[in-house]
Design a protein around this ligand. Structure first.
Ligand code: ZN
Length: 375
């Protein structure tokens, strides 16, 4: 199961060729710890003990799926802001995480991240958006397999799947103001990769996503990804997410979880019954730096599943009357109750069900981030 890109005899085949990649995650590479994970120089296979490069440092790390040879992944690492700008030059502020791209004539992959993830050289090619992105995403269910070596990363694409969403809520941390990173990561140091701010709000919803996988991947036949957070996925459930977040105070939004969940559940169900969902993500085994999130470093021999993208398999479903009815209309949406409507009784109990937001005012802010509503 060795990667096409890593086989030297295939390098001439990359001449004048486009390579289709899918951006699974992107993050800052900012620590010395990241540097030493770059194995540099020489051939693969016979040179597994290649020494760590002391010189190599980089600005951003992109984990990409190699769409030509599932389930293999590769890395693109830019060393300077200029390189990042060149790579992203065609994109105009939209999210690139979760999007398939072409890169033109990648150079031979002579270095790896860890032992298994080849680093693509695409100095002369920006990410080129595809005209019909969803058409590029073929199910890899047949080749869906857990990585067999520590440090290996395998991606997957599942199409037409029924899913279950739970614990839908506002992301409890402040994300960046940009949208390029799709707000998948919190605004902790090294978390965000946006080159510039592109929005006046940093809000995004998160939820747990349960979906079926082949039994060889998980004996129970399903896996759950916790706290999946994506601006693109969030937008699916709103007629206009931007006006929605501007219309309500943070308190109202926090208290309206129940109404929001009802809409998400209805909309999810509608898509479940109408061509299903396309899920893209990756598995990582063992002590591999998931540079997307420093907290995700996994101790040996445990496999974690990550989700990058969740969207309807048939995008046309989003335009149907029924779906629009299910999703949240900022003009008619009512929060369960506003703070003003909550009455504290003389015995200290509260009338109404505020979904716990007022009784735990600091719970959403436990990481110390300064969270402000955009009103
Ligand atoms: Zn960002």
């Amino acid at each position: 199961m060795f990667l096409f890109l890593r086989d030297e005899k295939n390098h001439s085949l990359l001449e004048d060729k486009m390579l289709r990649v899918f951006v699974l995650s992107c993050s800052h590479g900012n620590g010395s710890e990241d540097k030493k994970r770059v194995v540099s120089g020489g051939q693969f296979g016979q040179n597994k003990k290649a020494k760590f490069s002391k010189e190599t440092s980089y600005n951003r790390f992109f984990l990409v799926a190699d769409l030509e040879s599932p389930p293999n992944c590769a890395a693109i690492m830019t060393r300077t802001i200029d390189e990042s700008l060149r790579l992203l030059s065609i994109l105009t502020g939209g999210p690139f995480v979760g999007e398939p791209f072409m890169v033109y004539e990648p150079g031979p992959a002579m270095t790896t991240l860890g032992e298994y993830t080849p680093i693509l050289k695409v100095e002369n090619s920006p990410f080129l958006p595809l005209k019909d992105p969803s058409g590029q995403l073929k199910s890899t269910e047949g080749s869906m397999v857990l990585p067999s070596n520590v440090g290996q990363t395998n991606y997957f694409v599942l199409t037409g799947k029924k899913i279950a969403l739970s614990k839908v809520k506002l992301a409890p941390f402040q994300t960046c103001l940009g949208i390029q990173c799709d707000r998948q990561k919190s605004n902790v140091k090294g978390g965000c990769t946006c080159l510039h701010a592109t929005s006046s709000s940093s809000l995004v919803y998160q939820c747990n996503v349960t979906f079926e996988v082949p039994k060889k991947v998980d004996a129970s036949g399903q896996v759950t990804v916790l706290d999946f957070c994506s601006l693109k996925t969030t937008r699916l459930f709103f007629r206009n997410f931007d006006t929605f977040v501007n219309r309500y105070s943070m308190n109202d939004l926090r208290m309206s979880n129940q109404s929001v969940r009802k809409h998400w559940s209805d909309a999810m169900q509608y898509i479940n019954e109408n061509d299903g969902w396309t899920l893209i993500g990756w598995f990582m085994l063992g002590d591999h730096a998931d540079a997307a999130n420093s907290h995700d470093k996994v101790q040996n021999f445990q496999t974690t599943v990550h989700l990058t993208s969740l969207q309807p398999t048939n995008i046309g479903v989003l335009k149907t009357e029924e779906f629009l009815k299910a999703c949240i209309d900022d003009k008619t949406f009512t929060t369960v109750q506003t703070a003003a409507q909550i009455v504290i009784n003389s015995d200290g109990t509260r009338n109404g069900n505020g979904d716990g937001a007022l009784s735990t005012p600091t719970a959403m802010n436990s990481n110390g981030n300064d969270e402000t509503a955009s009103v």
